[in-house]
Design a protein around this ligand. Structure first.
Ligand code: ZN
Length: 882
């Protein structure tokens, strides 16, 4: 069934009725006509155009405003190097008249099959061509190429585009594939008081009484998914920054919506972006390659950021804080900024040829962000942050039966969204860290520089990257690439320590695939640093390359018996490391004594992996965490440990264990929140966890007491935390839920307050409310996607499983619709939000029955379900065992 037309009606209302009926396909001749002009952009169509078309330019005029439709005209200039029909991609609302090479083309609308416009071969001439088309495309809060956000504080309307990965052809007729880069000249007509920004620099403005047209200069060559603009009554701050040595100052501007302009740290944010541009230009040996640099803080943005060349969009909510930020939040904002700036080289300047190589840009952006943070902020312990932000997430997906290779085959652009996820965002940068360790940082940098120089403003593949790094390092990386790019899954390393008379007799590392049925047999090539840790003498670090299933660490033999062994010191290796029993015994009581924060973070990670493997009881882990937390002085680690304590108690522990632990955990969290000797971030993590865990009468009374005042546990109590308290009270069955929400809304009349009221409502343990909300998620076109995503957790509160379980099948049934109609990260959030609220076997049974009943489910969707199912299966196993 093709569900893609249903949401068009739901999302765009009456406008959808204006769409012409789909005409008979006027496909180019040839056996693969259906593959070429069917929905999406097939790999066949992309390959055919790659050999047919060169030197693309788009001259794009668009009119936007507060209404639901944008109208426009595009002239597509291109060189045809082969004869034949030319296929443009377009799935907007309407297609009107056209011209080809100066002559009216009355059949343009008839040549549109709602997916593509086919210019017949008879109209295409060898050499330069120009095709002009009039069109209309929707503007909506969700489901459109142009996203609308309305500001509740001042009733302003803001618009911004988000075309990645496959929505450029929803915006306008184009060749929507990354390797047909184009220069874009945009003319944007808006209401008179609006400002606008786009990839190109502003050139001129034509004003009339009713509108203003913003003209932008032609861009450098861009892939279609990177085209962007924004329009609205934004407030703008501009600085002139020198970003290349001896270069002229480059204008850099920050766009913020008017109602939040005074809260934005504009100078700090602009300086942070400029600093990254300078550092990366030096590292890559290529100065910033675009003409200006602007950043926009986008309201209700569904991602953390998007790297459009010269016009980076950031998620406003992660960049302007409504209460004092923790160190983790500040480091996260910096990591996001560095990631998007790194994309200006990896992604924007050199782009993957096709979305199968998505990892190339995402892996590099995250890896370079950490490399830069380590250099620019040596005291930030950037690789510890990298570890905490990436490894647990990567392992959490890569150790499941639903995992995929880093390089992911992609038959059609309309499935590209499925390629996003922890494998490209978190595994790929981890694999690059391993590669840099293997070849050394100098050869790695030389190879990367050579790769960027060779493919400037062009496209490339992973093989070209490994070839360049291999050449620079004198290593043949082909088999390494096969193992790490093409093979799905990951290794688990178990440590085996044998001792006699206080000395090591043998230390073995045994490697196995986390999912043999997915990965097949055999070892991954892996270089790690093994640490022998002593309580009373300096540690011994041994670099070792693991080539087979079992590696004996010869250099360890004969050394004194260590306090513990850890096979991935420095986090260079990509593997789940499960310590030997002697190491676990020492760590269980003394892990807090390990002075190195980074190492201690990794050791806690390994202990947590033992819980998830079912080898360490969650109650035992909770006791270790409770013993360590009062002494933990690293803010990020304290936050991570509080999170794991919370999960151990509320998720992995069976109810009797949980209930026995809860009083003590509540007391510990409250004390941690009140501990004036701890950092603000550590105290806030304790407070947040206390709020989310609260179940017992006393704790709920405590929450109400805080709500009546302006502070909680000695910390100022501001809107986001107040809303979290209201959400917990409602989830636990507060009888006065409407009054609670109304009271908070009176204190907080912002758009964010509206969103949090919506989230709090989703927590109501009431079947009719849940049913209404579930329906509204799909029917209400005014809902931003981000609102839906943020309400999932409250909806699927683990204490309400009997209620929420009834929606499991329906939630799974929507997956094909979601894949077609929602943005990149929505599907993953939908599944983890839905399945993540379940801990019982009954839910696992429903999911497995659904999978069995859908044998022809698309493989990418099945994999996504299996990825989310994995933690539920582990949870059920752990709960039944302990
Ligand atoms: Zn990215």
């Amino acid at each position: 069934m093709n569900a893609s037309l249903l949401p068009a009606v739901a999302a765009f209302g009456a406008l959808a009725l204006l769409c012409p009926p789909a005409p008979a396909q006027s496909a180019p001749a040839g056996p693969s006509a259906a593959a070429v002009t069917g929905p999406g952009v097939s790999a066949e169509l992309a390959a055919r155009r790659r050999s047919q078309i060169r030197d693309v330019r788009y001259d794009l005029a668009l009119t936007v405003g507060v209404g639901d439709t944008a109208s426009g005209t595009v002239t597509v200039h291109f060189t045809a190097v082969r004869p034949g029909a030319v296929v443009l991609d377009f799935r907007g609302l309407q297609l009107g008249g056209g011209r080809v090479n100066g002559t009216r083309w009355p059949d343009a609308a008839g040549a549109w099959n709602r997916h593509h416009v086919t210019v017949p071969a008879s109209l295409v001439k060898p050499g330069r061509n120009a095709v002009t088309l009039d069109f209309a495309t929707p503007i909506a809060n969700a489901g459109a190429a142009i996203i609308r956000a309305r500001d509740a504080a001042d009733s302003s309307t803001y618009l911004y585009t988000l075309l990645v990965p496959s929505d450029a052809n929803l915006l306008f007729p184009c060749f929507d594939q990354p390797d047909l880069k184009a220069r874009v000249t945009l003319h944007l007509t808006t209401p008179p008081s609006w400002r606008a920004l786009a990839n190109g620099a502003a050139a001129a403005r034509d004003s009339s009484a009713t509108s203003v047209t913003h003209h932008f200069v032609a861009t450098r060559p861009l892939s279609t998914y990177l085209i962007a603009f924004a329009a609205g009554p934004w407030t703008v701050t501009t600085r002139h920054e020198v970003i290349a040595p001896n270069g002229a100052p480059v204008p850099t501007s920050l766009f913020v919506r008017a109602s939040r302009a005074t809260e934005a740290e504009s100078d700090t944010l602009l300086a942070m972006n400029a600093r990254a541009l300078r550092w990366l230009g030096r590292y890559f040996g290529v100065p910033y390659a675009f003409d200006k640099y602007d950043a926009l803080l986008a309201p209700a943005f569904p991602f953390g950021g998007m790297e459009h060349p010269g016009a980076v969009f950031y998620n406003e909510e992660s960049f302007i804080y409504r209460e004092r930020p923790t160190t983790s939040q500040l480091l996260g904002r910096q990591a996001t900024t560095f990631h998007e700036v790194a994309h200006q080289w990896f992604g924007d300047y050199v782009t993957m040829q096709w979305f199968d190589d998505l990892w190339l840009k995402e892996g590099f952006a995250t890896f370079m962000a950490a490399r830069m943070q380590a250099d620019l902020e040596p005291s930030s312990n950037a690789w510890k942050t990298f570890y905490l932000r990436n490894k647990p997430v990567a392992y959490g997906t890569d150790a499941t039966a639903g995992t995929t290779p880093v390089w992911q085959r992609l038959a059609n652009l309309d499935q590209a969204k499925s390629n996003y996820g922890p494998i490209v965002y978190n595994k790929a940068p981890s694999v690059l860290r391993q590669l840099e360790y293997l070849v050394g940082p100098t050869a790695f940098q030389r190879g990367v520089q050579q790769f960027l120089g060779t493919h400037a403003y062009g496209n490339a593949t992973w093989q070209a990257l490994l070839q360049a790094i291999g050449a620079a390092s004198g290593r043949d990386l082909r088999s390494w690439g096969t193992q790490w790019m093409l093979r799905p899954g990951m290794p688990v390393i178990t440590q085996h320590l044998e001792t006699a008379n206080g000395r090591i007799t043998r230390l073995r590392l045994v490697q196995r695939p986390a999912q043999p049925s997915v990965s097949g047999a055999g070892a991954w090539p892996l270089k790690v640093q093994v640490r022998l840790h002593y309580a009373d003498r300096p540690p011994v670090s041994i670099p070792v390359e693991l080539r087979g299933d079992t590696t004996i660490i010869a250099a360890a033999a004969g050394r004194p018996q260590p306090a513990f062994v850890f096979a991935n010191e420095g986090d260079y290796g990509y593997a789940i490391v499960l310590p030997d029993s002697a190491s676990v015994a020492w760590l269980e009581s003394r892990v807090s004594e390990v002075q190195d924060d980074f190492l201690r973070a990794m050791l806690w990670g390994s202990l947590w992996d033992l819980v998830r493997e079912g080898e360490l009881a969650p109650g035992r882990f909770a006791r270790m965490a409770m013993q360590a937390l009062p002494r933990e002085r690293d803010e990020q680690l304290a936050g991570s440990l509080v999170g794991r304590l919370n999960a151990a108690v509320s998720r992995y522990a069976a109810e009797p264990v949980r209930d026995a632990l809860l009083p003590e955990v509540e007391r510990l969290l409250l004390r941690g929140a009140q501990d004036t000797s701890a950092t603000y971030g550590s105290r806030k993590a304790h407070l947040d966890s206390y709020v989310s865990l609260a179940r017992r009468e006393g704790a709920l009374r405590q929450l109400r007491g805080w709500l009546a005042g302006d502070s909680a546990a000695g910390l100022p109590l501001r809107a986001p935390t107040r809303w979290a308290i209201v959400t917990t009270l409602i989830a636990r069955g507060a009888a006065d839920r409407d009054a609670l929400i109304a009271a908070e809304r009176r204190r907080d009349n912002t758009t964010e307050g509206q969103r949090q009221a919506f989230v709090a409502g989703a927590a109501a343990p009431d079947s009719a409310t849940k049913q209404r909300l579930f329906d509204r998620w799909f029917r209400d076109a005014s809902l931003n996607e981000e609102w839906v995503t943020s309400s999932l957790r409250a909806f699927h509160d683990p204490d309400q499983q009997r209620l929420s379980r009834r929606f499991l099948t329906a939630a799974l049934d929507t997956l094909p619709w979601i894949q077609q109609n929602r943005r990149i990260f929505f599907l993953g959030s939908w599944l983890s939000g839905t399945i993540g609220g379940q801990t019982e076997r009954a839910a696992l049974t429903i999911i497995d029955a659904w999978l069995a009943a859908h044998p022809s489910l698309a493989p990418d969707l099945r994999q996504k379900v299996l990825q989310s199912r994995d933690d539920l299966e582990r949870t059920v196993r752990v709960r039944e065992r302990y």
